[in-house]
Write a protein that binds this ligand. Structure first.
Ligand code: NAP
Length: 262
């Protein structure tokens, strides 16, 4: 009989982590590798993807670096074909590209189109194109699959700080999580999302260095601390494994209780 903890094992599974060279993506890649998955690390900068893949291989995990711009559909198809060539199958895609919210703060009534397009491309297009390519392979593979999107609490909460494009992109990811879950259930593919609030990463390091700003954020969070990349790992193992076989279309906030107070 299978032990309950084995529900989280990923031996023989193959995962693509889009943005696997980033702060959150690399933590997720390492967690999936420890659970037994072979992992493709995807990002535009070859040295960064190779560094994460090499670190994983040192710990005994199978890992492949794929340099690709996932705004480009040809690159997404190549990301999938290189993964299939190396590992023979594809079971999991985690979409961990995005961010940039703090670099594009404008009043909603005059949000510049160029910045709108940049932030929507960075957060939404980078989720859509690689998922389409990966899910085609999952459908062909006939073994089901797992799609995990990284959204943000900003996909569901407004904030008076110029975040229009970011909230629109993350809100669209939440909507697509439910839409894809509905469309792809017939193939045994589940689609879920996690929505963190601030996670202590280089993207938000400058903001968090301001003690007044940090104290204000911590004060709003019932668990009274900033999230860490390790706080996301449990949910990733859940949503990418057999432990979540009957869970799809869900958006899990990982925010120390922030949204519970809204
Ligand atoms: N950090 C937070 O506080 C926080 C909070 C809530 C939600 N999130 C979400 O979590 C996700 C990851 O955030 P993070 O802090 O880990 O970001 P990060 O450290 O900047 O990592 C993003 C990764 O994506 C890659 N990337 C960017 N554009 C790409 C493209 N077009 N094609 C392929 N790869 C691309 C980057 O590598 P290259 O530049 O080499 O391509 C990088 O490895 C984002 O969706 C973000 O919105 C973050």
């Amino acid at each position: 009989m299978t032990a309950h903890s084995d529900l989280f094992r990923l031996d023989d599974r193959v995962a693509v982590i889009v943005g696997g060279s980033g702060a959150i993506g690399s933590a997720m890649a390492e967690a999936l590798g420890e659970a037994g998955a072979a992992v493709s690390i995807v990002g535009r900068t070859a040295e960064r993807t190779e560094a994460v893949a090499a670190r994983m291989r040192e710990t005994g995990a199978e890992s492949l670096a794929v340099a690709a711009d996932v705004n480009n559909q040809v690159d997404c198809e190549r990301m999938v074909s290189e993964t299939l060539d190396k590992f023979g199958r594809l079971d999991i895609i985690v979409n961990a590209v995005g961010g940039g919210a703090g670099t594009a703060l404008f009043a909603a009534e005059q949000y510049p189109t160029s910045e709108w397009d940049r932030i929507v491309d960075l957060n939404l297009t980078t989720t859509v194109h690689p998922t389409q390519a990966a899910v085609k392979a999952m459908i062909t593979g006939k073994r089901g699959g797992r799609v995990l999107n990284i959204s943000s609490v900003r996909g569901q909460l407004g904030i008076d700080a110029g975040y229009s494009a970011y909230v629109a992109a993350k809100g669209a990811i939440n909507a697509l999580t439910r839409q894809w879950a509905t469309e792809w259930a017939k193939y045994g593919i589940t689609v879920n999302a996690i929505s963190p609030t601030f996670v202590d990463t280089p993207q938000v390091a400058t903001l968090l260095q301001d003690p007044v700003f940090k104290a204000k954020i911590v004060d709003r969070i019932p668990l009274k601390r900033i999230g860490l990349t390790q706080d996301l790992v449990g949910a990733v193992l859940l949503f990418c494994s057999d432990a979540s076989s009957f869970i799809t279309g869900q958006i899990l906030t990982i925010d120390g209780g922030l949204t519970a107070t809204q």
